[in-house]
Ligand binder design. Structure first.
Ligand code: FAD
Ligand code: FES
Length: 353
C-alpha cells in the first residue's frame, strides 16, 4: 500500500472528466462516493462487474474479485474494478457511463404489483406502479435490485419498459428452487408491495452513431425492449436513428420467446429496425434454429463497424464473446450484461449512494 493520496481522473463517455483524491488503502469507488460522484456500482464486492472501467494510465492494486466480474483477459487488457482497486499512482480511468448519469444517485423505491402475468411456466411478466415515479430516472438497459418479500434476499431485474413509461415492467425467468421464483410462484399476488433499489448498471443505450447489433438470450430481451421503446419514442418525435439496427433474439424453447408482437410493432415504427427470433431446441419447428451467432449475416457485423449490445444468461454471453474473438471481429463498441445468478448484492439498507 502506498502512503500518499493519489489523484484519479474519471473520464466519462460524454467527454467530461472529474478528479477525485484517493487516500492510501481507499478504493476508487469509496473515494467517488465521498466526492458524490455516482459511478456505476452494485455489489461493491468484486462479484457483479457493474463497475468495470478501463485504466488508461497509472498503477494500481486490482484487489479481490471473481472471474465473473472481470476475466483475466480483461484484466490483462487494462480493465479494472473501481470497487476493489486501490491506486498506487495517479490514474486515468475511463468510466462506463456519462457524467450526467453519475449525478443521479441510486435510490430506494416502493412499488405495488399491478399485474403478474405468466407467459409460460418459466417466464413471468411484472407490471409495477412505483411511488415517486418522477424521482426514478433511468437509462434504457439499466436494472433495479428487488428485495424478495419475506426474505433478506434481493435479485436484479432489467427494466423492459422505456424510461418514460409511467408503469415499470420486468421479465423474470424462473430458476429451480430460486428465491424470487418461489416467491412469484407460491406467494406473490397483485397488490403486493415491493422494495426496489436503483437504477444500476452501465449497460444502456448510447447515441446511435453507427449500425447497432442487439443480441438477446431468453429474458435478456428485457433491456433490449427498453432500448427499442426509447428508439421508437425518438423516431416518433422525428429523431429516427440514421443507421440500421438488428436484433437477434434467441431462446432455448419456443415458449421462451416473449413479446414478439411488440418487436413486430417496433419493426413497423423504427426505420431500419429488423429482428430475427431463433430457437435452440432441435425439436422445434421454428424457421430459425440453433444459436443467435449462426444467424448473423455480414451486414449485421458490418466489418466490425457496429455497436453490439449483448444480454442474456452468462453461458450465452460468454459463447457470443468467444464467437466474436474466434471470427476476429472487434466491434467499435461492445456492451454486455450477464444475467448472473447468485450475485448477492449488499442489503438494501446502507447501499444507497
Ligand atoms: C445485472 C443483472 C440483471 C438481471 N436482469 C434479469 C432480468 O431482467 N430478468 C431475469 O429473468 N433475470 C435477470 N437477472 C437474473 C436474476 O437476478 C436472478 O438471478 C434470477 O431471476 C434467479 O433468481 P431466483 O431468486 O429465482 O433464483 P436464485 O435463488 O438466485 O437461484 C438461481 C439458481 O441457482 C441455484 N442455486 C442457488 N444457490 C446455489 C448454490 N449455492 N449452489 C448451486 N446452485 C445454487 C438455484 O437452485 C437456482 O436454480 C439479472 C441478473 C443480473 C446480475
Ligand atoms: S464488481 Fe464492482 S460493483 Fe460489483
Amino acid at each position: 500500500m502506498t502512503d500518499t493520496n493519489h489523484s484519479v481522473a474519471l473520464a466519462f463517455e460524454d467527454g467530461v472528466t472529474r478528479f477525485i483524491n484517493v487516500a492510501p488503502g481507499q478504493t476508487v469507488a469509496d473515494a467517488s462516493y465521498r466526492a458524490r460522484i455516482n459511478i456505476p456500482l452494485d455489489c461493491r464486492d468484486g462479484a457483479c462487474g457493474t463497475c468495470k472501467a478501463f485504466c488508461e494510465s497509472g498503477k494500481y492494486d486490482g484487489g479481490d474479485y471473481i472471474e465473473d466480474a472481470l476475466t483475466d483477459d480483461e484484466a490483462d487488457a487494462g480493465y479494472c474494478l473501481p470497487c476493489q482497486m486501490t491506486p498506487e499512482s495517479d490514474l486515468v480511468l475511463r468510466i462506463s457511463g456519462t457524467a450526467e448519469m453519475a449525478k443521479s444517485g441510486v435510490g430506494q423505491f416502493t412499488a405495488t404489483i399491478e399485474k403478474l402475468h405468466w407467459y409460460a411456466d418459466n417466464t413471468a411478466g411484472l407490471t409495477l406502479v412505483v411511488e415517486d415515479r418522477e424521482k426514478l430516472a433511468y437509462l434504457p438497459g439499466q436494472y433495479m435490485n428487488v428485495k424478495v418479500p419475506g426474505t433478506d434476499e434481493e435479485r436484479s431485474y432489467s427494466f423492459s419498459s422505456g424510461p418514460d413509461a409511467g408503469k415499470l415492467t420486468f421479465l423474470v425467468r424462473t430458476a429451480p428452487d430460486g428465491v424470487m421464483t418461489t416467491y412469484l410462484k407460491e406467494r406473490a399476488a397483485e397488490g403486493d408491495t415491493l422494495t426496489l433499489e436503483g437504477p444500476k448498471g452501465s449497460f444502456f443505450l448510447r447515441d446511435v452513431k453507427r449500425p447497432v447489433l442487439m443480441l438477446a438470450g431468453g429474458t435478456g430481451i428485457a433491456p433490449q425492449l427498453a432500448m427499442l421503446e426509447k428508439l421508437k419514442d425518438s423516431a416518433e418525435s422525428g429523431d429516427a436513428p440514421g443507421f440500421p439496427i438488428h436484433l437477434a433474439y434467441g431462446a432455448t424453447w419456443d415458449k421462451d420467446l416473449v413479446e414478439v408482437e411488440v418487436l413486430e410493432r417496433y419493426a413497423a415504427a423504427i426505420p431500419g429496425f429488423t429482428f430475427d427470433t431463433i430457437v435452440a431446441d432441435a425439436g422445434s419447428e421454428h424457421p430459425k434454429k440453433g444459436y443467435v451467432t449462426q444467424h448473423l449475416l455480414p451486414e449485421h457485423l458490418n466489418d466490425g463497424d457496429v455497436d453490439v449490445y449483448l444480454c442474456g444468461p452468462p453461458a450465452m454471453v460468454d459463447a457470443v464473446r468467444r464467437y466474436f474473438d474466434g471470427e476476429g471481429i472487434v466491434p467499435a463498441n461492445f456492451y454486455y450484461e450477464r444475467f448472473a445468478v447468485g450475485v448477492n448484492a449488499p442489503a438494501l439498507a446502507g447501499a444507497a449512494a
